[in-house]
Design a protein around this ligand. Structure first.
Ligand code: KG4
Ligand code: ZN
Length: 336
């Protein structure tokens, strides 16, 4: 079964064709980074307008690269939320129109669930042998949360952030250090030249909560430190980046371990844009190996927003859950 996936929840316009929920035939991602970089963050109105301009081309590219036309597609899966409403509406409207025209089933997919299932697309990798249940750590620009994942549509929230998402903290700190937008990748690169023990940043103490995250205090601590320095040398910037990165990675690990203990699972999936971070990957690998926990990461290109992960979840929903009502407003949701 071939599913066309469409993703426009934030600032990436993406379309993909996935066969049988796991085989990636194409996955086109058009980044809007250059458009938003001058503003140091995503401008929602610009994002939706750019989605409108590119979506048709991106969907056609995905079909061409997969060597299929719409007559060979069995269904359409589209991100229906959460995300920027103007951006979501472009993908949803486009998907519904296409489905209506070609008499195809069309299902709405939860973006967070899609991130958690991106690992199933790694056919040649050990991830392909992954079985439910597992603990999912979703760590992206908009979300930082732990889930108990029993299957598609069977995801239970265990803990979330009290304030900022980890990716947002990466982007804000990168801005403070003058590294540009989006900042996660730049901090990752710069940290390789820095000392992670140079500065001791606070790690939120959420004792009153069983599990959870908080990154706003860390962001403020970096701001206060940069003010003390005034002009920052390249060496100091690298030390701040590496120390900050460590202060994000550590609570992600400790809370994930708590979730594994609570659920008694021994499988952990780490997904979302921040899961592309090299230090987070190495720390998790090292600590999970010590504890004989099976750890799974999607490959780097499948960590960040993409339509293949949407198609992967959609495969399980087509024919099972109610379709998006093609004649109604895109806000009508089949499932969330
Ligand atoms: O999952 P994603 O593409 O979009 C959301 O759903 O939010 O995640 C984007 C986030 C951004 O904050 C970006 O800075 C961060 O992922 N990111 C990274 C890295 N690559 C992307 N953060 C840390 N290290 C990276 N290598
Ligand atoms: Zn995302």
């Amino acid at each position: 079964m071939k599913v066309l996936g469409i993703e426009t929840s934030c600032d990436e316009t993406s379309a993909a064709v996935v066969e049988d929920g796991t085989r990636l035939l194409s996955n086109i991602v058009a980044s809007q980074d250059a458009l938003h970089a001058p503003y140091g963050g995503i401008v929602p109105e610009l994002a939706s307008r750019r989605h409108i301009e590119t979506i048709h081309t991106i969907v056609n590219q995905a079909l061409n690269e997969a060597h299929v036309d719409l007559s060979q597609i069995d269904g359409i899966a589209v991100t229906q939320g959460p995300g920027l409403i103007g951006s979501l509406i472009v993908g949803l409207s486009y998907a519904k129109a296409l489905a209506y025209k070609h008499s195809l089933p069309c299902v709405g997919v939860n973006h967070l669930e899609a991130h958690l299932h991106a690992v199933f697309l790694e056919e040649a990798a050990p991830q392909h042998k992954l079985q439910f249940p597992f603990v999912g750590l979703l760590v992206s620009g908009g979300h930082t949360a732990l889930y108990e994942v029993q299957g598609v549509g069977k995801t239970k929230l265990l803990a979330t952030t009290q304030d900022d998402a980890a990716g947002e903290a990466f982007d804000k700190v990168a801005k403070l250090l003058g590294l540009g937008y989006p900042g996660g990748r730049q901090i990752d690169e710069l940290s390789k030249k820095g000392n992670p023990n140079a500065f001791s940043f606070p790690i939120a103490n959420l004792k009153h909560k069983e599990m959870g995250f908080s990154f706003s205090g860390l962001k403020t601590a970096v701001l206060n430190l940069t003010k003390q320095f005034g002009e920052l040398s390249e060496e100091t910037k690298a030390d701040i980046a590496a120390s900050f990165q460590e202060a994000v990675a550590k609570p992600l690990l400790t809370e994930s371990l708590k979730a594994l203990e609570k659920t008694k699972f021994n499988k952990l999936v780490v997904s979302g844009g921040v899961a592309a971070n090299s230090r987070i990957r190495s720390l998790f690998l090292e600590e999970c190996q010590k504890r004989e926990i099976q750890i799974y990461f999607p490959s780097l290109s499948l960590c960040t927003d993409n339509a293949a992960m949407v198609a992967a979840v959609g495969y399980h929903l087509i024919g099972v859950t109610p379709q998006l009502n093609l004649s109604m407003s895109p806000f009508a949701s089949s499932r969330l």
